[in-house]
Design a protein around this ligand. Sequence first.
Ligand SMILES: CC(C)(COP(=O)(O)OP(=O)(O)OC[C@H]1O[C@@H](n2cnc3c(N)ncnc32)[C@H](O)[C@@H]1OP(=O)(O)O)[C@@H](O)C(=O)NCCC(=O)NCCS
Length: 180
Amino acid sequence: MDDITLETVRLILRPPRQSDLYGWARLHGDADTMTYLGGALPRSDAWRAMAMVRGSWSLLGFGPFCVIEKASGEWVGRAGPWFPEGWPDREVGWMFLEQARGKGYATEAAAACLDFVFETLGWERVIHVIDPRNVASHRVAQRLGSSLIGPVTLPGSREAWPSEAWGQSRDQWRARRQAP
Ligand SMILES: CC(C)(COP(=O)(O)OP(=O)(O)OC[C@H]1O[C@@H](n2cnc3c(N)ncnc32)[C@H](O)[C@@H]1OP(=O)(O)O)[C@@H](O)C(=O)NCCC(=O)NCCS
């Protein structure tokens, strides 16, 4: 799994490693970042979440990537495919450290992930599960060309989270990529 790396103009995306814990724990420990994602996690729970993501890579051959800013080598966020048991459909999601926002990184990273899921993993459609109040995330979905599909129910402990699916098909993404 560690040989899977995506590269964009400004970013490197690769599966998480133990050495990512500092950035990962900062991201998941930040109350603002986690407003629509169940609230801030202590470092120990953030590690468990990272191990779960690494487990997705191991079990399914894909999972969320850690995102590194090329210019600085800094850890800036996470983005990528996610399809745990019981999830409403195959997802591409995103989360970035506060200081890395407003630069288009989420959109740039997610676009590389859409190329990856459609062209490498062979997915035919993708969703983004977003809280109806999470306007910043709606904007990322819209910039990618996704549109609102409707309410979804997440499995298990996340059942009570207000959630809507946004998404698009592979054909829609390819048409958008090929547009002049
Ligand atoms: C959702 C989230 C990733 C969006 O981050 P973001 O930085 O707003 O999104 P983008 O990376 O697409 O950046 C967009 C901004 O960068 C700007 N931008 C776009 N391309 C750019 C470029 N090449 N250079 C500089 N700026 C650029 C855009 O103008 C836009 O600014 P605006 O929002 O003022 O219009 C961020 O708010 C976040 O991590 N939130 C907490 C976690 C979360 O809720 N995740 C989603 C769960 S569903």
